[in-house]
Ligand binder design. Structure first.
Ligand SMILES: Cc1cc2nc3c(=O)[nH]c(=O)nc-3n(C[C@H](O)[C@H](O)[C@H](O)COP(=O)(O)OP(=O)(O)OC[C@H]3O[C@@H](n4cnc5c(N)ncnc54)[C@H](O)[C@@H]3O)c2cc1C
Length: 469
């Protein structure tokens, strides 16, 4: 048994925990970062990074095939083995040693093992008790949700962990769910040669995004040969002799070699000692905008575990906020206009779906006086160089007419993820629409979509002339 004191103990060292610990260390605080598995968390090893490594080759090949001249130079299909090998390099063969120096350079003490809160300001890791003078920051993330479907657990389905680290591409892959992870993995594995079936209970894919985004992803998956069953639920699963059979409530059974469950996440709070401080295990840890829990003034929660936005960049953003508040700079915190479900987000299918702020429907539900304007992402000179006619793409701005600002933007199109940040700046910065006319997109870039959007909105020209209709 040993007892050590730190200013701050960070429980869980995924992207959120690491950034928070590092920032606190830089500020001169004594920090312990506790990690039970891999420093870098789900994102680095089983989520963002490997999934993009699996998606990018297929996306690139599709884009090349749209461009005459290169299309002829690239024949044949992807080399699945080489794709998996590159994925392994990107996830460092599940070795987190390259993450350690970054923390150590900031004076952070890394403590390996599962940690549990053990009463006020105390975290137990095995026989070690870490006592926090100032704060405990919980950053334990989420785990995959396995629904109570007859036979599902016994079938030992893939979760994101197996799907992102698989050593072989299954001939037939069935995917339960139609959210972001499901559509990304459907596209990745179909590009690598699997026959993929997607089973989604709702009547559209990626149901939180604009309906046109769901439509574009659906069309693209079906064009790639993915069998997408909407409005369909699995009622039972049987695994026998390497064959998985899914019984459905609508239509015949689906047979597959592997089954991936991607229906959502549960918060990693069951076994971290929340009961010792009067909080309910298994629930997200509610926090205010300074990432502090209402339950105790020394308790913070950042990243997926607080349930605000299940995205790495938002976890890291919250990490910076929490660290600054702990250091005592909380007066410098500004409220965000793109947090929670309005955070910037990208789905890396082909076409990409990139969105920030409200969808039209969500804005109306929030009581805003909004209208939407749509133009083709591909309807400008710059798009001539991005598979113009063969690539689908739409851009929508959601505009708050009472305030003359953009409150939401959604882009679909080939390789448009990098477009998103301009929209994020406009939304978060609440840039007046009249000012945006002076942000002139370079020619011939696809950013000219902004020009067409402003024209479609009937915004006055740069000299304040009357709006065009
Ligand atoms: C397939 C997939 C693809 C994704 N792609 C993207 C993407 O492209 N972009 C994006 O922004 N987001 C993406 N996400 C979401 C992203 O992975 C998460 O939002 C992000 O990992 C959350 O970071 P976190 O630090 O909150 O938690 P995590 O990354 O889950 O890290 C939590 C850490 O805490 C550790 N831990 C848990 N319990 C304990 C304990 N008791 N003691 C010690 N350590 C503990 C865990 O081992 C883990 O290392 C994706 C998710 C999935 C599943």
């Amino acid at each position: 048994m040993s007892e050590r004191e730190f200013d701050v103990v960070v429980l869980g060292s995924g992207p959120a925990g690491e950034v928070c610990a590092g920032r606190l260390g830089e500020a001169g605080l004594e920090v312990a970062a506790v990690e039970s598995h891999l420093l870098g968390g789900e994102c680095s090893f089983y989520a963002c990074m490997p999934s993009k490594a699996l998606l990018r080759p297929g996306e690139l090949l599709a884009e090349v095939r749209r461009i005459p001249g290169v299309r002829e130079a690239v024949t044949g299909d992807l080399d699945a083995g080489a794709v998996l090998k590159r994925r392994d390099e990107i996830i460092h063969d599940l070795d987190d040693s390259s993450q350690v120096p970054w923390l150590e350079q900031r004076g952070v003490t890394v403590v390996r093992g599962p940690g549990r809160i053990d009463g006020e300001r105390r975290v137990r890791v095995g026989d070690d008790t870490l006592v926090a003078r100032k704060a405990v920051v919980v950053a334990t993330g989420t785990a995959p949700l396995i629904p109570p479907i007859d036979g599902l657990r016994e079938a030992e389905p893939w979760t994101n962990r197996e799907a992102t680290t698989a050593k072989e591409v299954p001939d037939r892959l069935a995917i339960l769910g139609g959210g972001v992870v499901a559509v990304e993995m459907a596209q990745a594995y179909s590009s690598l040669g699997s026959q993929v079936t997607v089973i989604e209970r709702a009547d559209r894919l990626i149901a939180r995004e604009e309906p046109f985004a769901s439509e574009h992803v659906l069309e693209a998956l079906r064009e790639n040969g993915v069998d997408v069953r909407l409005g369909t639920s699995a009622t039972a699963v049987r695994a026998e002799n390497g064959d998985v059979t899914l019984e459905l409530d609508d239509g015949g059974p689906v047979h597959a070699d592997q089954l991936l469950v991607a229906i959502g996440r549960r918060h990693h709070t069951e076994n971290i000692g929340l009961d010792t401080i009067g909080l309910e295990p298994g629930k997200p840890i509610d926090v205010d905008d300074s990432m502090r829990s209402g339950a105790a003034d020394w308790l913070y929660a950042i990243g997926d575990v607080n349930g605000r936005a299940l995205l790495t960049h938002m976890g890291k953003y919250q990490a910076r906020i929490a660290a600054d508040v702990i250091v005592g700079e909380e007066n410098a915190c500004l409220p965000s206009t793109a947090d929670g479900s309005r955070s910037p987000r990208v789905i890396f299918t082909d076409p990409h779906v990139a969105a920030v702020g409200y969808t039209l429907d969500a804005a109306r539900q929030a009581g805003l006086n909004v209208r939407a304007v749509d133009v083709s992402t591909q309807g400008n000179a710059g798009a001539s160089f991005y598979g113009r006619d063969d690539a689908r793409g739409n851009t929508r701005l959601v505009v708050d007419d009472d305030r003359g600002v953009i409150v939401g933007a959604t882009f679909t199109g080939p390789e448009i993820a990098e477009f998103l940040h301009a929209a994020t700046i406009a939304v978060v910065g609440e840039v007046p629409l009249s000012r945006l006319f002076h942000a002139v997109p370079a020619f011939p870039t696809r950013s000219e979509v902004w020009l067409y959007l402003l024209e479609a909105l009937g915004i006055a020209g740069p000299c304040g002339g009357p709006p065009r209709t």
